[in-house]
Design a protein around this ligand. Sequence first.
Ligand code: HEC
Length: 152
Amino acid sequence: MKRALIAGLAIALSAGALTAGAALAYDAASQIKDRQAGMKQIGGAIKGLNDTLNGDKDPAKLKQYAANLNALSGKVPGWFPAGTGPSSGEKTKASAEIWTDPAGFKAAAGAFAAQAAKLNAAAQSGDAARVAAEFGPTRATCKGCHDKYQKK
Ligand code: HEC
């Protein structure tokens, strides 16, 4: 009787562990998808800025894209929770170094956020020339992170 109870308990426990494992895998997949979607939004804001700077230079559009980019830049560090790297088995270009070199990754994300804030301040001033001056340095911070922490 006692033995049966213990066996039953063991089965219940391992079923619980299986469920937790499945939930973790699901979380990694959805978190990876969310960050890739977020990065796409960042790419969209950069494209919008680029097109506008090479087009009508409309200050209202520059303001909107830059504010969007600035808001997204603050979210980047939160898009890389542990367990969402290559070892998750999910399709991701996030390199394992993000988690083995957290200080370097944090610095790369910080450089981007600082530059996005500068670009946003320039855009909110309504001066397209100032935005253009900050655009190259902002793109350089994307490359700075991708070169090191994004797999080819
Ligand atoms: C701090 C690091 C970091 C910064 C800064 C950064 N990225 Fe990324 N980006 C990544 C990583 C890592 C991936 C791969 C994510 C994955 O596949 O899970 C990625 C993926 C992408 C993708 C592909 C998304 C997809 O469809 O899968 C685009 C587009 C992108 N980044 C654009 C940008 C642009 C534009 C900037 C700058 C304005 C930027 N990123 C700044 C780390 C960064």
